[in-house]
Each structure stands twice: as structure tokens, then as C-alpha cells.
Design a protein around this ligand. Structure first.
Ligand code: ADP
Length: 259
């Protein structure tokens, strides 16, 4: 059975960067706002390189134990269970730590020795050091805007990675993405992209996060399945972005003028 490649539209030579980073056994950091295609890119590259992909969505409670592994009681015995990081290191998979800055600080400590020439993982509970499989690759993502200096990645950590920035694609590429991803008519896709561009430029709205490609894809999907265009934009683009009544009204007015 041939598994189809996930659809990904390249925007800035990121495939080349990925392949060379992989060849040189370096870790990769993907920076950019939510919904800008980081995860899709990783899925696409894992498929292209034929690598197994293990994804961890990091949150405040994610600890090194969750990644490395733990002892569990099984009947009368205590057995060790490898965590996803250890599995990836042993088997040679791609480990994708999504939103790494959200995780507890001990996660960053645990991955340090994997991000330099040593490429090894120290499992303190086993007193064992595991050399990474040749094909092991570490990828992390983080969202610089969203963290707002609260949960920044330390420069000493960032400098261990090759880093790629993700933003919003050009209008032409973003239109292509909407059409390919949802099958929506080209004309409607163009209008959605124009709405996205307009709201992104309205910095005075003071949005914490602005319109991502994901939100435009969602609106296109709803339109395609029969929801009226304006309503689809209100619920898929406007409402997720703000809870402030006035801001919502301004964005809805803008949408109604444009579609
Ligand atoms: P992130 O990981 O940055 O939060 P995702 O990779 O989940 O974002 O992207 C969200 C959605 O946006 C995807 O499911 C896809 O529909 C669409 N998307 C964004 N960028 C691209 C792209 N370059 N090519 C194809 N689809 C994209």
C-alpha cells in the first residue's frame, strides 16, 4: 500500500534546509505563530525521508520523565517503559516537540546532550547512556509571539538548533493552499486570503494572535460544505481571535464588506 504524502506547499526553501540539517545530524527549531504550517511541514518531511515521526505536544506539565520513561509495577515486578524520546533515540525516528517552551525546564536539560556532537541520552533512572541511532532527529517548535517573554527559550538552548521561521505565505501561495486543502473555488479562496491579509495588517485591533492559514482553511472548509460565506468567516476566523465585543464587530463588518 502506498501512503500518500501529506500536502505541503513550500514557502521558503524549507525542504532543502530540512534535508541538509538531517544529513548533518543537527537538531531543527521551527519558529512561528500557531497555524502557520509547522506541524504539516514536519509530517511532510517525515514522509519524504521515510522516517517514523513521533510527536509530543508539550504543555506545562510535560516533564523529562514523560519523555524519557518510567518504571511501572507489573504484578510482582517493576519494569522499565521507554518514553517517546528514548524510543525515538533508540529506533532512529524523528521526535517533534511541539511548543517546546511550554514544557517544564527539565525537558530542556534532558535534550541538551542530544543537541550537540554527543548525540546521546542519559537515562538517570537506569544509570544508562544511550547513543542516538544514526537516523534520530530532534525537531522542536515554538511560537515567539505567543510566549511574550514569559516562556522564552534561553539563548543557550536556541543556539543548539538550526532555526527556520514560519510566517504567512504570500497571497498567491496561501490561495493555492486553500484550494488544494479544501477544494474551495479559487475566487472564494482569494477573498478569504484577502480578508486574512487585511486583518493581519490591522495592528490596532491588538489581537494576541492574528489570522493563521489554519483559520482560513477552516473557513474554506465550512463554506465548501454549505455554510453561508459570511457566517463561515464569522465563526471560523473572527470569533476564535477575540472575545472583545467591539473588536469582533469591527472584524465582522470588515468580513461582510469583503465576501
Ligand atoms: P502549526 O503546526 O504551525 O500550528 P499546522 O501545520 O497545524 O500549523 O497548520 C495548520 C493548517 O494550515 C494545516 O492543517 C494546513 O491545512 C494549513 N497549512 C498551513 N501552511 C501550509 C502549507 N505551507 N502547506 C499546506 N498546508 C498548510
Amino acid at each position: 500500500m502506498v501512503i500518500e504524502a501529506p500536502y505541503y506547499h513550500q514557502t521558503h526553501q524549507e525542504s532543502e534546509v530540512f534535508l541538509q540539517t538531517f544529513q548533518n545530524r543537527m537538531p531543527l527549531l521551527l519558529k512561528g505563530p500557531t497555524g502557520s504550517g509547522k506541524s504539516r511541514f514536519v509530517e511532510y518531511m517525515a514522509h519524504t525521508t521515510g522516517q517514523k515521526l513521533i510527536t509530543i505536544s508539550c504543555h506545562e506539565e510535560t516533564s523529562s520523565t514523560d519523555l524519557i520513561g518510567r518504571f511501572i509495577i507489573k504484578g510482582a515486578e517493576t519494569v522499565w517503559i521507554d518514553g517517546p524520546l528514548t524510543t525515538a533515540v533508540r529506533e532512529g525516528a524523528i521526535l517533534y516537540l511541539d511548543e517546546v517552551a511550554e514544557a517544564r525546564p527539565d525537558v530542556i536539560v534532558a535534550i541538551h546532550s542530544l543537541t550537540d556532537h554527543r548525540r546521546e541520552l542519559f537515562i538517570d533512572k537506569l544509570g544508562e547512556t544511550v547513543k542516538a541511532h544514526e537516523n534520530f532527529m530532534l525537531i522542536a517548535s515554538f511560537n515567539p509571539g505567543y510566549q511574550r517573554g514569559f516562556k522564552e527559550l534561553k539563548p543557550s538552548t536556541r543556539q543548539r538548533f538550526v532555526a527556520l521561521s514560519f510566517g504567512y505565505p504570500t497571497a498567491k501561495i496561501e490561495t493555492e493552499i486553500l484550494v488544494n486543502e479544501t477544494g474551495v473555488e479559487q475566487d472564494i479562496a482569494k477573498k478569504l486570503v484577502a480578508i486574512g491579509g487585511k486583518i493581519r495588517n490591522l495592528t490596532e485591533l491588538g489581537l494576541t494572535e492574528t489570522v493563521s492559514t489554519r483559520l482560513l482553511v477552516d473557513a474554506a472548509k465550512l463554506i465548501n460544505s454549505g455554510l453561508p460565506k459570511r457566517l463561515a468567516c464569522h465563526v471560523a476566523i473572527v470569533e476564535p481571535l477575540s472575545d472583545d465585543a467591539q473588536t469582533i464587530e469591527s472584524m465582522k463588518d470588515l468580513v461582510d464588506l469583503m465576501i
